[in-house]
Design a binder for this molecule. Structure first.
Ligand SMILES: Nc1ncnc2c1ncn2[C@@H]1O[C@H](COP(=O)(O)OP(=O)(O)OP(=O)(O)O)[C@@H](O)[C@H]1O
Length: 439
């Protein structure tokens, strides 16, 4: 859940020589870090601001509880964390350090001022085509860098695209989904992540590749153009319905492997509406790239590197320089939460039977907001209508409301390490000076 960051603190960043007294009553964490205020809580745990006394740098520390739960991380997690530490690029958030402390695993990241979600939601910001190009270019650069090293993100969404003080966009939470397990989508925290899920994941693909990140980046590109999430499904079936309503139901010719996917469900065929009708203000180049990023078959979907070479990035206007990009208002005042309008496109109608042989018809909303059936349902089949509106907050809900509280959902279990992992991890981290922690 996105929590507003505090407005800029005039005492930060402190000089490298800052002492504990200079910083008031900050608690020390693992000797090296002086703990400041909490920044928020996400899927993996609480994040707080801190000062790295070694460098004077402000950092964000993600605290991941190492409980004695069954669902722990496995031993390869350590190697993966080490790998992430080596993943250094100007469009990737740097993992500065990782250490266990008081039963928690702490991941130390460079501190970031804002994120793309806050930019998109800030109604005082006008995003020019050049600004959108710049945000997308930085996103793709970060992705291309990691994909070259065979690291997938797997949880791309606007609030994971953080923005540094110099305007650089950096991908956050890279690889964490793999280390700590894919976040559980049943929980409110993760409900928005579905909107960026590639169709192969929604159809249950067990083997997938960098295309899942490119699909998500395509959805983020669409969101930058629309200034609202593009495909707001309320369940996985509804998500596929939203995708098909916008892009047309994929045919086996378009995506031959689709029918072999574990959760494949046959959807009634609807043709794609002209993309231009969904994005009236986008350039032809922007739409061409968008369509290539949102290609159904992951084998033919454009790669992040190919996307960077698309003519969209060389045609005018040139991407805005990061330092000149618009900044959101201080987070406390900005509209950093998801808008409650989850019902932009109506959901699909699922036709029984409910399992593999079920077929789904789609509803569409035209530009004037009129809802119509994209394909008339067969008369003899019972209809079950999925609509986003029934479970979603209304338009008038305050932007800062905690959706978890609003829906009465229980706090979700954090990914944890089991005790064997924990002692192994602690031993390994403590003994390995390369890893950045010496007790
Ligand atoms: N490197 C960072 N610098 C500054 N603030 C950060 C940093 N990383 C996370 N935050 C803030 O900490 C809070 C929790 O972030 P976290 O990444 O754990 O979850 P999230 O992105 O809000 O949600 P999710 O877990 O669903 O992705 C957010 O408010 C986020 O803006």
């Amino acid at each position: 859940m996105m929590m507003p960051l505090k407005p800029a603190d005039p005492t930060f960043p402190p000089s490298a020589a800052a002492t504990e007294e200079d910083l008031g009553n900050s608690k020390r964490v693992a000797d090296r870090y002086l703990k400041r205020e909490a920044l928020g809580e996400g899927t993996y745990g609480v994040v707080f601001k801190a000062i790295d006394t070694k460098t004077g740098q402000t950092v964000a520390i993600k605290k991941i509880r190492l409980g004695a739960q069954k669902e722990g991380i496995n031993f390869t997690a350590l190697r993966e964390i080490k790998l992430l530490k080596e993943l250094k690029d100007s469009n990737i958030i740097e993992l500065i350090d990782a250490f266990p402390h008081k039963g928690n695993l702490h991941l130390v990241f460079e501190f970031m001022e804002s994120d793309l979600e806050a930019v998109i939601r800030d109604r005082n910001i006008v995003l020019s085509p050049a600004d959108i190009k710049s945000f997308l270019q930085m996103t793709l650069k970060g992705l291309a860098f990691c994909h070259k090293k065979w690291v997938l993100h797997r949880d791309m969404k606007p609030n994971n695209l953080l923005i540094a003080a110099d305007g650089q966009l950096k991908l956050g939470d890279f690889g964490l989904a793999r280390i700590f397990g894919s976040p559980d989508r049943r929980f409110t925290h993760q409900v928005f992540a579905r909107w960026y899920r590639a169709p192969e994941l929604l159809f249950g693909a067990k083997h997938y590749g960098p295309g899942v990140d490119v699909w998500a980046a395509g959805c983020i590109f669409a969101e930058l153009l629309l200034r609202r999430p593009f495909l707001q499904g309320t369940s996985d079936i509804d998500q596929l319905g939203k995708i098909f309503a916008a892009l047309g139901t994929p045919t086996p010719a378009q995506w031959p492997d689709m029918v072999y996917l574990p959760d494949y469900v046959e959807y009634q065929h609807v043709p794609a509406p002209p993309l231009r009708s969904l994005f009236p203000n986008a350039s032809d180049d922007a739409l061409d790239l968008l369509l290539k990023m949102l290609t159904y078959d992951p084998k033919t979907r454009i790669s992040a590197q190919q996307a960077l070479e698309h003519r969209y990035f060389t045609s005018i206007p040139a991407p805005t320089k990061p330092a000149l990009l618009p900044r959101p208002a201080p987070k406390g005042e900005s509209l950093s939460h998801r808008p409650p309008d989850l019902n932009v496109q109506k959901g699909p109608i699922v036709l029984s039977p409910p399992r593999k042989s079920r077929r789904v018809t789609l509803q569409r909303e035209d530009m004037e907001g009129n809802v119509y059936d994209a394909n008339k349902a067969d008369d003899h089949v019972k209809e079950v209508r999925y609509t986003g509106g029934s479970t979603c907050p209304s338009e008038s809900m305050p932007m800062s409301v905690d959706l978890a509280a609003a829906f009465g959902s229980k706090p979700f279990p954090r990914p944890t390490l089991n005790s064997a992992d924990r002692s192994h991890l602690k031993r390994k981290l403590d003994l390995d000076p390369e890893f950045g922690y010496t007790p």
